[in-house]
Structures are given as structure tokens and as C-alpha cells.
Design a protein around this ligand. Structure first.
Ligand SMILES: Cc1cc2nc3c(=O)[nH]c(=O)nc-3n(C[C@H](O)[C@H](O)[C@H](O)COP(=O)(O)OP(=O)(O)OC[C@H]3O[C@@H](n4cnc5c(N)ncnc54)[C@H](O)[C@@H]3O)c2cc1C
Length: 397
């Protein structure tokens, strides 16, 4: 039993009562509906649709979306609560399945000005009746988004998509796909691409293969193929040629969410390890009696607290419409690395048991690895921070 998992509200100036109520509700759902079953979902390679549906019914998928579509119109900090609590579940595969749907994929539909598409799909997205994926990465382009090769050629009232996408979360089981493609190949690199909505079952679109991963085993990840895939021109999300800007804008939300999720995972790992080291005996006393272990744990807890507060601060800035690209990049770089350092130490303190598949920390360590890569690798994020340190991007702060 995890005696150290404190069920106290987060003591932070950033959160109000509505955030804490949401936190309690999500934590209860995680305890009752996720933790008892998620090991099976790891085996299955997916989160059952019935569970996602239930989360939709409870309102977890519409936290940020307007009431017009069935959402609850809350702010970025509410998203942070969702991500942190899902991260604390210890099942990051479940967390990423949900968070890609709510905060990385469906945002491309919601934040576009394509009103008809929003009216048609957002209620189902929020209710969990339709799950969304986002396809930007390709075999030849990940960090370098401008390097994508998938094309979208206009043909009368249609666009015809050709190309492929790689590493797409929810790729196998989604119903809707927000896909980046080059619609204006002769324009400047930043104005070549657009985002499109592709429905599952559209002729010419298929899942190439499901990918086998080190971690996030309950999250499905796929390769997507587009072969003369004809979609209605009205499935253009937003303005033609503005896809790169939309991707960069939505990345800000994605990176805060990944940071919050990482800090939730790190907190849970520290709590689990605290239980272990206070009980496990070596040399006639609990491991906790060793100053080196105690102090390393205390330092990691301090850094996780700092990481958490950075996430909250960046979310608070974003919620107020303040440009926080520097802080958000810091969040992604710092939290993505820190969660891995925490997992390394926590597994180490579990000794041989930490290396066993049956231990929670082993799974959490595998899950954490991707968080310094996906959604903006640490090195790419640090470049964003560095640019803003010298003022070369125009925002020296
Ligand atoms: C499990 C998983 C799920 C994912 N889900 C999605 C999804 O749903 N949708 C989607 O579109 N994509 C998704 N991705 C893709 C993910 O965002 C990319 O993997 C990531 O952006 C890195 O791109 P890449 O893999 O092509 O690595 P590359 O761009 O080839 O980079 C490789 C490494 O080089 C280094 N590097 C890169 N650029 C620089 C630089 N400028 N300076 C210094 N070092 C650098 C970094 O260490 C980086 O990790 C997912 C990936 C994984 C693994």
C-alpha cells in the first residue's frame, strides 16, 4: 500500500476551488476505473473505448472547450490538473491516449475557424464518441516540421492527399485525424502546409502498421498511409497555407500538458519509492536511514516541486494570453529530462526488484523515456530558450 500518497489538495496560488474539485474527481476516477484495470490494457495495447466514453460522459474531454459544444470552458490550469492526475496514475500510456485526444489533436479542430466542422464533430469529440489523432511527424521529418513531404493537391471541391505519417498516437483506433500536408509547395516554407481533417474509412487512407514500443504500452501508435486519398475541400482546418503556424501554436498547449504529466509521474514515483525505502531493510536498518538515499530523494522531490511550479506558472501565463514560448520550452526541456532522472534514481533504490517487470517503477521508467523526445526533443526546446535569452527572437526577458 502506498501510505505516502497524500490525498491533499495542491497547495498553490494558481488553483481555485473549481480546479481542486476537478482534481478530486479525476483522482477518484483514476483510483476506481484506471488503476485496477490498466495492466490489462498494457497487454492489450489500447485503452478500451468504453473507458474513454465514460471519461467523455464525465466531462474530462471538454474541459477547455466551449459549452456550445458540450464543454466546460475552463482554463489552461484545468488541463494541467487533468494531465498531472493522469500522470500520477503511474500508467502514462493511458494518460497519453487521453491527452493526445483532448489537448494535442482535437485542438487543431477546435482552434480552427472551420465552424461547420466544429459543429459537426466537436460534440462527439467531447463526449468521447469520436477519438482524435494528430499526424504531423513523418519518416523523414520529426523535429523539423517544415521538412514534411505529404502533399494535399486541390482538385475541384476536393483535396487529394499522398504521403505517410509515423509514430501517430491513437493512430490505430482514432476516428478522426488532423493531418499536416503541403498544400502550397511553392510558397515560403512556413506557408506551404495546411491542416486537414480525415475521417477513418476515407478511401485511400489506411493504417500502415501498429508500432511496437518500449513504453506507453497501453497507447496505440501507428504509421498512417495516404494514397490518392480524396477528402472534401471543406475538411481544410483553418486557412490554407497557415498549418505551420497552427501547429506551432498548438504545440504550446501540448508541451505544457506533457510537462504536467511528467511531473505527475515523477511525484508518483517518488511516493512509491518512499514507501519502498522506508520499509526495505539493508544492513540492519531501512534504506531510508542511509543519508545518501534520503538526501537524493529530498533533492529530487525539491526539483520536482520546482518543475511543477514552472508548469503552473507557464500555464498561468498562457491562460492570460501572455506569450510564454520561452517558459513553455523550459517546461518541456526541464520536465522531460527530470522525469527520467527521477525514474533512474527511483529504480536504482528499488534494487533488483526495480528491474522486474512486476514492479511499477520498471514500467514507469520505460514510459518516461519518450518524454524528452516526443512533442519537442530537449535539444530543440533548449534552442527555443536560448534564442530568447539573447533576444534574437525579439523577446529577451
Ligand atoms: C511514442 C511516440 C508517440 C508520438 N506521437 C506523435 C503523434 O501523435 N503525432 C505526431 O505527429 N508525432 C508523434 N510523435 C513524434 C514525435 O513528436 C517525434 O518523434 C519528435 O518530434 C522527434 O522527431 P524524430 O523522432 O523525427 O527525431 P529527429 O527529428 O530525427 O531528432 C532525433 C534527435 O536529434 C536531436 N535533435 C533534433 N533536432 C535537433 C536540433 N535542432 N539540435 C540538436 N539536436 C537535435 C534530438 O536529440 C532528437 O531526439 C510521437 C513519437 C513517439 C516516439
Amino acid at each position: 500500500m502506498n501510505t505516502h500518497i497524500a490525498n491533499t489538495p495542491s497547495r498553490s496560488v494558481y488553483f481555485g476551488e473549481e480546479h481542486e474539485l476537478l482534481r478530486d474527481q479525476i483522482r477518484r476516477f483514476v483510483d476506481e476505473e484506471v488503476k485496477p484495470h490498466a495492466l490489462q490494457w498494457e497487454q492489450d495495447g489500447m485503452v478500451p473505448r468504453a473507458v474513454l466514453r465514460k471519461m467523455g460522459e464525465l466531462g474530462f474531454f471538454g474541459i477547455r472547450y466551449s459549452e456550445e459544444y458540450g464543454g466546460s470552458d475552463m482554463d489552461t490550469l484545468a488541463t494541467v490538473v487533468l494531465a498531472e492526475e493522469l500522470g500520477r496514475s503511474t500508467f502514462s500510456g493511458v494518460a497519453i491516449t487521453v491527452l493526445v485526444h483532448t489537448d494535442m489533436a482535437s485542438v487543431h479542430l477546435y482552434n480552427s475557424d472551420s465552424v461547420e466542422l466544429k459543429r459537426r464533430f466537436m460534440p462527439d469529440v467531447i463526449a468521447g464518441r469520436k477519438i482524435v489523432a494528430v499526424g504531423v511527424t513523418e519518416p523523414g521529418a520529426g523535429s523539423d516540421v517544415k521538412g514534411i513531404r505529404t502533399t494535399a493537391r486541390r482538385d475541384g471541391d476536393s483535396y487529394i492527399l499522398n504521403g505517410s505519417k509515423l509514430f501517430i498516437t491513437n493512430g490505430v483506433h482514432a476516428d478522426l485525424y488532423c493531418v499536416a500536408a503541403l498544400s502550397n509547395p511553392d510558397a515560403r516554407p512556413s506557408q506551404r502546409m495546411s491542416m486537414f481533417l480525415v475521417e477513418k474509412g476515407t478511401p485511400g487512407f489506411r493504417v500502415g502498421r501498429a508500432l511496437d514500443k518500449q513504453g506507453w504500452r497501453s497507447s496505440d501508435t501507428a504509421e498512417l498511409l495516404f494514397e490518392d486519398c480524396r477528402i472534401p475541400a471543406s475538411n481544410l482546418l483553418g486557412q490554407e497555407g497557415q498549418g505551420f503556424y497552427a501547429i506551432m501554436r498548438n504545440f504550446q498547449n501540448e508541451r505544457i500538458v506533457i510537462g504536467a504529466m511528467a511531473m505527475g509521474e515523477a511525484q508518483a514515483a517518488i511516493e512509491i519509492t518512499l514507501d519502498w525505502v522506508t520499509q526495505r531493510q539493508a544492513f540492519g536498518e531501512p534504506l531510508w536511514s542511509k543519508q545518501t538515499i534520503r538526501q537524493r530523494m529530498a533533492m529530487l522531490a525539491s526539483r520536482v516541486e520546482a518543475g511543477k511550479q514552472l508548469v503552473y506558472h507557464a500555464a498561468w501565463l498562457v491562460a492570460r494570453g501572455i506569450d510564454a514560448t520561452k517558459e513553455v520550452s523550459m517546461v518541456k526541456a526541464y520536465c522531460g529530462e527530470l522525469v527520467n532522472e527521477v525514474m533512474y534514481a527511483c529504480l536504482q533504490f528499488h534494487g533488483g526488484m526495480g528491474y522486474m517487470r512486476e514492479s511499477t517503477i520498471e514500467r514507469m521508467s520505460r514510459d518516461a523515456r519518450v518524454q524528452s523526445i516526443g512533442g519537442g526533443a530537449t535539444e530543440v526546446m533548449l534552442e527555443e530558450v536560448a534564442k530568447r535569452m539573447t533576444g534574437s527572437s525579439g523577446s529577451k526577458r
